[in-house]
Design a protein around this ligand. Structure first.
Ligand SMILES: [Fe+2]
Length: 179
């Protein structure tokens, strides 16, 4: 790195940009997955969920942009290609194609479990060396958690139980929630 933000060591910047690159690929994967769901939901309540997803796509695309620009600000080179997503990810491709609203939302809840858990781990990691990056990730996580509540509200019954409770995979969650 030829430069980084004033007050950060090159070593710290390297560590932070490495964490940010993984989160960038996760967000790029997420906004593509959300569009996939937007295109593949069928059945009753189609239009509500089809339209609920697009504002989240815009938000997540904006978050990816913020993280990519943070990497560049810290002197790194953000990678935004499909190959970068494939290389960085430790999770499987979203596995549900054409299916009902509830099946997709059951599976999407698990996608958000993964992305939010990893965002929180990244907050913990970068918080030790760069509170400015930590602040960015905290703001993003709050909104991701709020959207997960939108998803979960469709899966919840009057006693607060989720239809996909205990699901071990997206397919399992989709099957449990399909009804
Ligand atoms: Fe559309």
């Amino acid at each position: 790195m030829a430069f980084t933000a004033p007050g950060l060591t090159a070593e710290a910047a390297n560590e932070v940009t490495g964490t940010l690159q993984e989160r960038l690929s996760a967000l790029n994967d997420l906004h593509l997955t959300l569009k996939h769901i937007h295109w593949n939901v069928v059945g009753p309540n189609f239009i509500g969920v089809h339209e609920m997803i697009d504002p989240q796509v815009e938000l997540v695309r904006g978050y990816a942009d913020t993280l990519a620009e943070r990497i560049a600000t810290l002197g790194g080179s953000p990678r935004g290609t499909a190959k970068a997503i494939e290389a960085d990810r430790s999770w499987d491709d979203y596995s549900v194609d054409r299916d009902t609203v509830l099946a997709h939302l059951g599976a999407l809840d698990l996608v958000y479990d993964g992305i939010i858990t990893s965002h929180r781990a990244a907050i913990e990691k970068v918080g030790k060396v760069d509170p400015v990056t930590e602040d960015i990730l905290i703001g993003q996580t709050a909104e991701l958690e709020k959207f997960q509540w939108f998803v979960r509200a469709h899966l919840e019954n009057q006693t607060g139980d989720l239809s996909n409770q205990g699901a071990a995979s997206e397919e399992d969650a989709a099957a449990k929630s399909r009804g």
